[in-house]
Write a protein that binds this ligand. Sequence first.
Ligand code: AMP
Length: 610
Amino acid sequence: MSTFLELGLKEPINKALTDLGYEKPTVIQEKAIPQIISSTDDLKAFAQTGTGKTAAFSLPILQLLDTNSSNVQAIILSPTRELAVQIGNNIKDFCKYLPDVRVTTVYGGSSMEDQIRSLKRGSQIVVGTPGRTVDLIKRRALKLGNVQWLVLDEADEMLNMGFKEELDKVLEATPETKQTLLFSATFPREVEAIARNYMTKPVEITSGQKNQGADSVSHEYYSVTERTRYPALKRIADLNPDIYAIIFCRTRRETQEVADNLIKDGYSADSLHGDLSQAQRDSVMGKFRKKSIQILVATDVAARGLDVTELTHVLNHKLPDQIENYTHRSGRTGRAGNTGISIVLVNGKEKGKLRQIEKIIQKKFVETKVPTGKEIVQNQLMNLIDKVQKTEVNESEISEFLPSIYEKLKDLDREELIQKFVSLEFNTMLAYYENSKDLNDLSSKDNSRARTVNENMTRFFINIGRKDNLNPAKLIGLINDQNIGDKIEIGAIDILDTFSFFEIDKDFEDKTLEAFSSNQPDFDGRSVNIEVTKKERSGGGRRGAKKPFGKKDGGGFGRRRGSEGSSSRSSDSGRGRSDKRSSDRPERSERGSSGEKRPSGGFGRKRRDS
Ligand code: AMP
């Protein structure tokens, strides 16, 4: 393995790479850098995203660039504005110690005037999206007559996105003598046609695997309890208004519930799991790829076929049963040279799994606090202001309306105007988070309450749970129906998926057991039985005592519709019990039942098996 100096790069470039933490070249860099430095032949490189290809084409250009000239010498085309910005920023990092190199990045949706001004100052390297590049050529703001290098990055994506015409126009504007460097992850017919028509006997190189050394994903965890899990999820989404994420769930049922709740609460979300038909899945995936939806809630299996490179976040609503799957989940972000964040929501009991995952990923999870309402509002406000700053004003379109608008607003001064526009956009958000609680406090209170045992109460296990449509009100009704005694005190109620717990005044322990035993009640067609849990909430001993006790369905937080914690469970209705049970198992691929592990451990599973 060579060093960057051995590949022919000069010391100022090497120094910048050292600053960036690039210790040695990647495969594609090792092949492309000396080739481009030593030869003017065209180059066709098979390189997937994340292989270090940006440096592979830009470092040799920086090496050879004539900094005494301010002509555009290199034009780099990339399919998306995000990638163009990324490439532009990377190149600026690479020329940290080359003060005479100037780089301009041009793309749509941003001020054309600023870009023209920057070009006029004289940039030797221009990075652009095809559309904006052509616009600037037409306006004669971008002159490509002296170009020595034309880079087509992610050529297949550019053609996929329908930029064939623009590519042709840019190619026509460059001189015959230039060197064309084409980078593509795939070589379909259209890309081959570009290579054939516009390149002369190109040298071909291929890259290795994705650069494992790139530290593109950071791993964070948030401490939650069952009642703060969903509100925490929403706050994370609210803190990141431009979020583009997959939320991973263990089961179809969990997936559907989370998606339904997010949709109900006004998020741009949809679900992807095995209960959907192929046509439904295709439609959801299509919408997500086009970014018509920002958040996809999915099971591991269903998300397998989805290839999206620009995710900002991967959220683990619950950790996968097989912890190895965490790597597959988190690896879906931080691709294509982007950075990404993989977030895990864990309750006290799940925290142990984090240590095991850290061993596999060889990275530490960073504990992160659930954002407060104030932090979210502040972040969203700044985001809005940034967008206002960057908004391009189309004067010709709005000029005819402006006089009457100016007239109507003439009595407001600048401050009042700003306040009104911001309030227009923000009053709902402000009202929503007004007096919002700190979820971190709630989580720790839940946890400490979970450890407290009320000595005056007996804790019972009951063999029905949420999947049987049990809720606290129905459980209280069921207890009252047994005529145990007048005004008996019912304490904490924990409704879990397939079973539950409730507390009753210790003095009524025997009567409660007798009443359930002699009445033999049923609930929704299911025969009910109860048992006294011996070592309540202390861990060890009986099976019931092993469950997480942070959960309390009776509280007001998760129940007020439209409030921050709203999380209805409407998706259950109308389904038979067997459906619900299978939807609640980790989703497996259609044919894999024999080799696949069932949900590990857990009380619910043991009960089903016995
Ligand atoms: P790219 O394929 O150019 O988008 O690069 C993918 C990621 O790898 C980016 O985060 C780069 O900063 C990083 N990278 C590129 N080359 C190297 C290198 N030689 N050593 C370490 N990281 C690199």
